[in-house]
Design a binder for this molecule. Structure first.
Ligand SMILES: [Zn+2]
Length: 112
């Protein structure tokens, strides 16, 4: 048996399943477990310190980064303006002054 999630309205843990719905006996709230799950898997981008990132944020690098296919290194502390969040291994799309378009990993940046 899997544990049912607490009631999203009153946090009661006495929820039970009724067909496809979950029901809270304390406040009579009914909800679909599918919608709760969908909300939980929504992708959130976080920087090296766990701050949530958004499109258009300005960030700085927390680590020297080698540019793929060259000997150029973008130094720690470099400011990056107007980032765009994308799906993938490198999850930040941006343009760095003097370097051009670049894709970064969110774990190597922090919100400015
Ligand atoms: Zn409830």
């Amino acid at each position: 048996m899997s544990t049912l999630p607490p009631c999203p309205k009153c946090q009661s843990t006495y929820t039970y399943q009724d067909g496809a719905m979950l029901v809270c006996p304390e406040c009579a709230h009914e909800w679909s477990p599918d919608s709760v799950e969908a909300a939980e898997v929504a992708r959130v981008w976080k920087d090296a310190h766990g701050n949530v990132l958004q499109d258009g944020d300005s960030v700085t690098l927390v680590k020297d980064l080698k540019v793929k296919g060259s000997s150029t290194v973008i130094k720690v502390g470099t400011k990056v303006k107007n980032i765009r969040l994308i799906e993938g291994d490198h999850d930040i799309d941006c343009k760095i002054d003097g370097f051009g378009p670049m894709q970064l990993k969110s774990e190597f940046i922090k919100k400015a």
